[in-house]
Design a protein around this ligand. Sequence first.
Ligand code: C5P
Length: 298
Amino acid sequence: MTPLRVTAPAKINWSLEALHIRPDGYHELRSVLQTIDICDTLTLEPAEGIDLALMGHPGVLRDLPPDQNLAVRAAVALREHASVAGGVRITLEKRIPGAAGLGGGSSDAAAALRGCNALWGAGVGDNELGAIASAIGSDVPFFLAGGTAAVAGRGEVVEPLPDARAAPLLLALPEAEDRGRKTEAMFGALTPDDFADGYVTIGVREIVEAGRAVVDGDLNNVFERVTTRMQPGTERAMDALRAQGLVPHLAGAGPSFFLLIADPAKEEAIAARVRELGFEPRRAQLLPRAAAVRIEDA
Ligand code: C5P
């Protein structure tokens, strides 16, 4: 069993629409998600038990008991499902800021599922892996596919799309802090007035499938309707940028956001402004599917 290195990329949502609340209490979603080139790395080595070493910038993850880390929970769930005798030592190098709306924990979980499936030769098929992923978190199934994908249900229905094209991104990252249950609070803040019909997502899909570049006017994220109340710091910064004629977009459930930088000559000034507004600017590119699901020998 050769140790493996698995990429776990961050994501943004090109569209994120909530249709209604389902009988199980989750929101029925329509979304097009996109992996980007800010990535955690998992190094997986055979071991007796399942344990975790954190490296890089783990932020508040450092205070979380290892058995609650989503990568560990994924490995435990797969080992049980496939009745694997051995274990894994996971070295998780964190680069994706936590609880920022970029899906870092969910991506780590998906990378652990794909990686452990390979390391243990467990041979668990895509459908079963998707079901295990979905039980860990609503965003986890998307990361099994990576690249650009349309998502429905509560996140478990994933349809891979061709890799999208768009201008480079400038992410605005908030300061690290504990935002426990943030996603739940953001969904909980939505009211029926915020619910949509899914047409924005259909539009983005058509653009991506036609190979056209995604631009500002194509994007919509339902959580931008509740940032004023729920994430006032983000709203203030996004408003200040709007006042300059820029078009910031919330990343997932926030509080980070991003801009599409169509004119590279303007990037430096926009980055400086983002910093002035109290966010850390970070350049990113779209990460195509082939790179998003990479597994290599460590
Ligand atoms: O699935 P996950 O544990 O990541 O979801 C966190 C919370 O976000 C859920 O407990 C639920 O309150 C909310 N959620 C939702 N509808 C979804 C996904 C998540 O209401 N489709």
